[in-house]
Design a protein around this ligand. Structure first.
Ligand code: HEM
Length: 453
């Protein structure tokens, strides 16, 4: 139980919790157009658990009480499927993707991948991340509004190519970057998700447009995998692909080229836009809170990390990139004092959890200090989901944010381009700042130059 949070309902009720009565189509329209408002209105009216009905997605039961979220994250994964809910991504990610699997197949794939994402490993990526960030940031013009988001996208894409795919040669990074950007842009077209949902995974996979968008990317990825298999320095390399090439299934077999391709695509799609968006939100929040930005800069200049960590945690709390995670119930299950029927999607709601006044003082305020006073709770700070499906890249993403923000504040003075904070807009499934984190920069006089002056 969380101190200060009243326990969830003691008696067990049967059936779905209440929710808006509007027709499914109207609920879907509100969910697409104003998701945050829709969730907040429903929580105000119906409390910790409510039902929304979304076209093509079935029934979603939102849960935001810490006890209920804990039940979902610690519940039996054989009865709470996450992979099924992501099946629309199958044509792109492939049938081996850890995001799409459930049960034993999921655990087997996750076990192979986990060691490559262990927090300790991240230090080896620091210099690459810092160099990529520094180069991109140096291109920003001073004195005029700049949207941070495209630059953050460029940084996170190149970081994935270099640290996950392990591409070192700059010409190859450029070639791969070009085809990956084209595939990702194809995927990000607004009509695409609808098409995938409507036509279904198999029919889409057979259509020429998908193959035309993905084939050049696949060709380069397979080329990279084959070349790396034969690399004489494979055992010394620390990029994720090289580690996966050396990983072994329980029966001693290595991952096939197709498995490796599917996991590389998964890491790219799961890790690129999410991290870029979180970085854009961090800049949006910091430039609208100059005192926090000043404190961050002073601490970074002094070589301290604690406040930087707190800024990242607070950004992911107040501006989570994803609003919720989903688990499909395979059998009826009691959650939050309700016996829910099989077939519904239970949705631990990141957005609502992070705004609970019984968990966070002044939940709407950007106050990084809160995480210096108290560490984040496993079931109350959930930007990366939880349990056996918790984001594999959580340490990677936070480490990358740290390195990139450090480069930004030590190189630039920044202010918000406009006084009013940026609204949240939906980009495919992520919540992004509507002007992309718009800032005005000037270059800082380096400490050494200051001393010399
Ligand atoms: C700020 C950046 C990121 C955020 C907010 C984020 C968030 C999430 C969330 C909410 C989930 C679903 C968890 C659940 O269902 O309980 C997830 C899954 C996943 N994420 Fe991330 N993610 C980020 C960055 C990354 C990065 C950088 C990578 C890899 C390089 C990555 C790889 C994955 C993978 C592979 C999964 C699937 C795990 C599984 O199903 O077992 N993510 N992420």
């Amino acid at each position: 139980m969380i101190p200060g949070v009243a326990p969830s309902m003691p008696a067990v009720h049967h059936g779905l919790p209440p929710g808006p009565r509007a027709h499914r189509t109207l609920q879907t329209a509100r969910w697409i157009a104003r998701p945050a408002r829709f969730m907040e209105d429903a929580a105000r009216r119906y409390g910790d658990m409510f039902t929304l009905r979304i076209t093509n997605e079935g029934t979603w039961v939102f849960v935001s009480h810490p006890d209920a979220v804990k039940q979902v994250f610690t519940g039996d994964p054989r009865l709470l499927h996450a992979g099924e809910a992501n099946v629309v991504l199958m044509p792109v990610l492939g049938s081996h993707s850890v995001l799409l699997l459930d049960d034993d197949a999921h655990m087997a794939q996750r076990k192979l991948m986990l060691p490559s994402f262990h927090g300790e490993r991240m230090r080896g990526y620091e210099q690459t991340m810092a160099d990529v960030a520094a180069r991109e940031i140096e291109r920003w013009p001073a004195g005029v509004p700049v949207r941070a988001w495209p630059t953050m996208q460029a940084i996170t894409l190149e970081v994935i190519m270099r640290t996950v795919f392990g591409v070192r040669d700059t010409e190859r990074v450029e070639r791969l970057g070009e085809v990956l950007r084209a595939s990702l842009a194809w995927l990000a077209e607004p009509r695409r998700m609808g098409q995938l949902a409507l036509l279904g995974a198999r029919r889409i996979a057979e259509r020429g447009t998908l193959r035309a968008a993905l084939d050049p990317t696949d060709a380069l990825i397979y080329e990279e995998i084959r070349a790396r298999r034969d690399a004489p320095d494979l055992a010394e390399r620390d990029d994720v692909l090289s580690l996966l090439l050396q990983a072994r299934h329980d029966d001693g077999s290595a991952m096939s080229d197709k498995e490796l391709r599917d996991e590389l695509m998964t890491l790219l799609v799961a890790g690129h836009e999410t991290s870029a968006t979180a970085l854009a939100w961090a800049l949006e929040a910091l430039t609208h809170h100059p005192a926090a930005l000043e404190r961050l800069r002073d601490e970074v200049d002094a070589g301290e990390d604690a406040y930087l960590d707190a800024v990242i945690k607070e950004t992911l709390r107040l501006r989570p990139v994803l609003a919720l995670v989903l688990r499909r119930l395979i059998e009826p299950m009691e959650i939050g004092g309700r016996m829910l029927p099989a077939g519904v999607n239970v949705a631990p709601c990141i957005y609502l959890m992070h705004r609970r006044p019984d968990v966070y003082d002044e939940p709407r305020a950007f106050r990084p200090e809160r995480f210096l006073e108290q560490p984040p709770g496993t079931y109350t700070w959930i930007p990366f989901g939880g349990g056996v499906r918790r984001c594999l890249g959580a340490s990677f993403a936070q480490f990358e944010m740290k390195v990139v923000l450090r480069e930004l504040v030590s190189r630039l003075d920044m202010r918000a381009a406009r006084a009013e904070p940026e609204r949240r807009v939906r980009r495919a499934i992520v919540f992004a700042p509507h002007r992309g984190g718009e800032v005005v920069i000037s270059r800082r006089v380096a400490a050494a130059e200051k001393l010399a002056a």
